[in-house]
Design a protein around this ligand. Structure first.
Ligand SMILES: O=C(O)CCC(=O)C(=O)O
Length: 260
């Protein structure tokens, strides 16, 4: 990783402003990460009932080898998993984010992406979406439960582009970015070990390749906003997100969706 290797909290803020992302090594203890991995497995078995294509808590992706539509994500997850909740509110993480923002952070969104072997990745995009009041300070903390590398489709970020703001039409829709929006030679694959975290902004272009390994790539994606940028708005976000998802699914012919 070339763009950043900050050593102090002040450096993290500077790296975030300059590159739109940074990585912190060994923020969390191995014991906590073992509990997180065990919880991810437990959630899959305890909540098998939730894994329904009509349940908008769940996200699905195709397997690139078999074409099978495969369960991939719980969004949200902290109401199901106490260890995920603990990570989302961990004092060490909140203190890091307060340094980045220069003020307290509020949790905005939380999802656990399982990305089993064979599952497709995500096209190039920015997370920020032009919904009324969507916080410009939105950032995401990526917490790997498994080692993440190129083979299992780690998230790849592109430094520097965040300063241009939104690079897509601001029409309230999700848009992928054309691949030539970014210079591929600047790609920074987030190669991480459990305990590490990566932080990237809502305007930082990112994507991921399919998982072509025989290993899972379980990662918690926690998104936050700065206190002065709307305060605590997680509930409001999920209300809006669910209403938007239901409309999107209906447009593709998937009706009678529900949240459980
Ligand atoms: O799974 C990944 O690597 C990226 C996921 C992502 O970009 C998203 O959920 O918005």
């Amino acid at each position: 990783m070339t763009a950043t290797s900050p050593k102090t909290t002040t450096d993290y803020r500077a790296a975030f402003e300059r590159d739109g992302f940074f990585v912190v090594r060994s923020l969390f203890d191995p014991a906590l990460m073992r509990k997180a991995l065990a919880e991810a497995d437990q959630l899959m078995s305890d909540h098998a009932r939730l894994k329904n294509v009509k349940n908008i808590r769940c996200r699905w992706q195709d397997n690139v080898f078999t074409g099978e539509c495969t369960f991939e994500t719980f969004d949200p997850v902290i109401d199901l998993g106490p260890v995920c909740d603990q990570l989302a509110h961990h004092p060490r993480l909140l203190s890091l984010l307060a340094t980045v923002y220069g003020e307290p952070a509020h949790l905005f969104k939380d999802k656990l992406i399982y990305k089993p072997p064979g599952v497709k990745g995500y096209g190039l995009h920015q997370d920020w979406i032009s919904w009324e009041g969507f916080p410009k300070s939105f950032l995401t903390v990526l917490i790997p439960f498994d080692p993440a590398d190129r083979d299992n489709g780690c998230t790849v970020v592109y430094p520097g582009y965040h300063t241009a703001g939104s690079l897509t039409p601001q029409d309230g829709q999700y848009h992928e970015l054309p691949a030539d929006t970014v210079d591929e030679s600047l790609a920074e694959p987030l190669i991480l070990e459990p305990g590490d975290v990566a932080v990237f902004g809502g305007f930082t272009p990112h994507r991921s390749d399919p998982n072509i390994s025989d290993r899972w790539r379980r990662q918690l994606y926690l998104s936050y906003n700065a206190h002065s940028d709307g305060g605590d708005q997680r509930e409001k976000h999920y209300r809006e997100f669910h209403a938007w998802l239901k409309i999107k699914y209906a447009e593709y012919g998937k009706t009678e969706t529900y949240f459980e």
